[in-house]
Design a protein around this ligand. Structure first.
Ligand code: PLP
Length: 405
């Protein structure tokens, strides 16, 4: 049996694979600390649960329109007006089964075979594979200064006659960096001038710290929504801690939304109706859960950074948002896959190798878990790497002895 060339070119999602590995080890009773996760641990907002439960209680759960329930689109339009100051019409919105599907269907709708899609590194693991699935060619931009925020000339350098779109994810998974307002403004202008799609993956844009606010690309757009090639992708997964409901959405010009709807109607039809009712509850209900999650994450970020800074030679950029940081471990090991394997094998800490995000030598560490997991997880990493660590470490009642240099 052989699978297609396309299938052979696609890697499994490393983050989902790690979740499985962590679960298998935990099921065997191993004292695993999962710093590789991509979902908040808080509960879904009560309004989401009640709205979903009310729909379930009717016992009549039917297909939804393939672009989403009108009531959810209405809630998304209100959300877009409140958080982006942008008025849009229902025809500018399509609801999908997670922001993942939003981006995938969008790429199907805009790419010709071999079109290039440019995005800064480090990037979310799924962009390259999604672009390939849609027949395109992923092109990563490594910031010239070795940092995490590209300049417009860095991006322009990778843009050529085959470039069709640019994806920006800010604040960024995996490094937590938030691109400056000036950069976003210049990118909007650049993409308008070059007639490129600009896809803003704004999934984390309310999970920002230190009193900052994420720049809003709509502020810099000259054209109206139906002439513009600016696309905003959003969802309830991260901000409302609703990863399992699988609801994301796209706001874009109506021509592309119609094309996306045609594709989605054959792919999955509309997202699960009960999940859409949950999202309506989340968007229309009391908003305190977003702020309380944000505050918890800010506190967790501070703890993780303080702890990481006790490991000699490890450099970490302070994340402005998300629930990830992306420390540089090259002082110990340049191969991030090898380092992640070592940490799992020796001290049962799950991390995600930076290589998966287009930057080797780093690990993505999540601080969306408990304070105990964060402190103990980083302490175990330090114990493994720092030669001045004590000789012994206890994982529960298991004693580990440091028999390496
Ligand atoms: N975009 C980014 C940057 C992400 O980190 C994720 C999830 O990890 C997604 C999109 C997809 O989110 P979902 O499909 O859960 O809405």
């Amino acid at each position: 049996m052989s699978v297609s060339q396309l299938a052979r070119s696609i890697k499994a999602s490393p983050t989902l694979k790690l979740n499985e590995t962590a679960k298998k080890l935990r099921d065997k009773g191993e004292p695993v600390i999962h710093l590789g996760g991509g979902e908040p641990k808080s509960k879904a907002p009560l309004d989401a649960v009640l709205s979903c439960a009310a729909q379930l209680n009717t016992g009549e759960i039917r297909y939804a329109p393939s672009d989403g329930l009108p009531a959810l689109k209405k809630a998304i339009l209100r959300y877009t007006e409140e958080h982006y100051g942008r008025l849009a019409a229902p025809e500018n919105v399509i609801v999908s089964s997670g922001a993942k599907q939003s981006i995938q269907v969008l790429l199907y709708a805009i790419l010709e075979p071999k079109d290039e899609v440019v995005f800064p590194a480090p990037y979310w693991v799924s962009y390259p594979e999604m672009v390939k699935l849609a027949g395109g060619v992923p092109v990563a931009v490594e910031p010239e200064d070795g940092g995490f925020e590209p300049s417009v000339p860095d991006v322009a350098d990778k843009v050529g006659s085959y470039t069709r779109a640019v994806i920006l994810n800010s604040p960024n998974n995996p490094c937590g960096v938030m691109y400056s307002s000036d950069f976003i403004a210049e990118m909007v202008e650049f993409c308008e001038k070059k007639n490129l799609w600009l896809i803003m993956d704004d999934l984390y844009n309310r999970l920002v710290f230190d009193g900052q606010k994420a720049p809003n690309a709509y502020e810099f757009v000259k054209e109206d929504t139906d002439s513009s090639k600016l696309v905003v992708v959003q969802g309830v997964s991260k901000m409302y801690a609703m990863t399992g409901f699988r609801i994301g959405w796209t706001v874009a010009n109506r021509e592309v939304v119609e094309a996306m709807n045609n594709i989605q109607s054959h792919q999955t039809s509309g997202p699960a109706t009960v999940s859409q009712w949950a999202a309506i509850g989340a968007l229309s209900g009391v908003q305190t859960s977003v702020e309380s999650l944000r505050l918890t994450l800010e506190n967790n970020r501070n703890l993780m950074l303080d702890r990481l800074r006790t490991i000699p030679g490890v450099h970490v950029t302070k994340p402005a948002g998300t629930f990830y940081c992306f420390p540089d471990f090259r002082a110990y090991e340049k191969n991030s896959t090898r380092l992640a394997e070592l940490l799992l094998e020796r001290v049962r800490v799950v991390t995600v190798p930076g290589r998966e995000f287009g930057m080797d030598g780093h690990l993505r560490l999540s601080y969306c878990g408990t304070v105990k997991e964060i402190m103990e997880g980083v302490d175990r990493i330090k114990w493994t790497l720092d030669p001045s660590s004590p000789n012994e470490l206890f994982l529960g009642d298991r004693k580990l002895v440091r028999d390496w240099a």
